[in-house]
Design a protein around this ligand. Structure first.
Ligand SMILES: CC(C)(COP(=O)(O)OP(=O)(O)OC[C@H]1O[C@@H](n2cnc3c(N)ncnc32)[C@H](O)[C@@H]1OP(=O)(O)O)[C@@H](O)C(=O)NCCC(=O)NCCS
Length: 147
């Protein structure tokens, strides 16, 4: 299996929208992702390419010493193979290289898979946002402090 992590391109947006809709039941939407790519100077989006096809993506905002993960998924057929960890480690290294001090993210309280991954990578619990998602599920806010 050949894989690469590369910056998002306009041609990836449809894959992201359909992947998000399948996996989360909703998407950030074409226009928002397009704006992130073209006009948001703080946005950094990366695509995981596997065997020349779309395998997932991760998007974050970096503003001075803070970063926030905006969205992140691995396509269903490639989950559980280490790619989620790879994408997260990639953005953690990127943040370290530009002197980010804290990375934060929100995760559904019932998303044990993702929570396991984040804890494994050194994120810790910060606080909860009650009924944050459309279906009233709470969000956990997790933070990782970098050196
Ligand atoms: C969460 C997600 C990104 C993880 O990516 P992945 O490629 O499947 O995960 P990896 O194979 O890299 O596994 C990394 C760690 O995640 C956790 N994990 C992965 N699959 C798991 C499972 N089925 N059950 C419990 N924990 C699991 C484990 O801690 C694992 O480490 P380990 O293999 O050493 O035990 C991916 O499953 C996904 O896209 N899920 C749907 C979208 C989503 O939830 N995105 C995050 C939104 S906050």
């Amino acid at each position: 299996m050949k894989y690469a992590i590369r910056p998002l391109e306009e041609g990836d947006i449809n894959d992201i929208v359909s992947g998000e809709t399948r996996i989360f039941g909703y998407s950030l939407g074409y226009d928002m992702i397009y704006a992130e790519l073209k006009i948001n100077p703080y946005a950094h989006y990366f695509v995981l390419e596997i065997d020349g096809g779309f395998g997932g993506y991760i998007g974050l905002w970096i503003y001075e010493e803070s970063a926030e993960i905006i969205n992140f998924f691995v396509a269903e057929e490639y989950q559980g193979l280490g790619f989620g960890k790879l994408l997260m480690e990639f953005v953690i290294e990127l943040c370290e290289s530009v002197n980010v001090k804290t990375i934060s993210l929100e995760v559904r309280k019932d998303n044990q898979k993702a929570i396991n991954l984040y804890y494994k990578l050194g994120f810790t619990y910060s606080h909860e946002r009650k009924k944050y998602y459309n279906d009233s599920t709470d969000a956990l806010v997790l933070i990782k402090h970098l050196r």
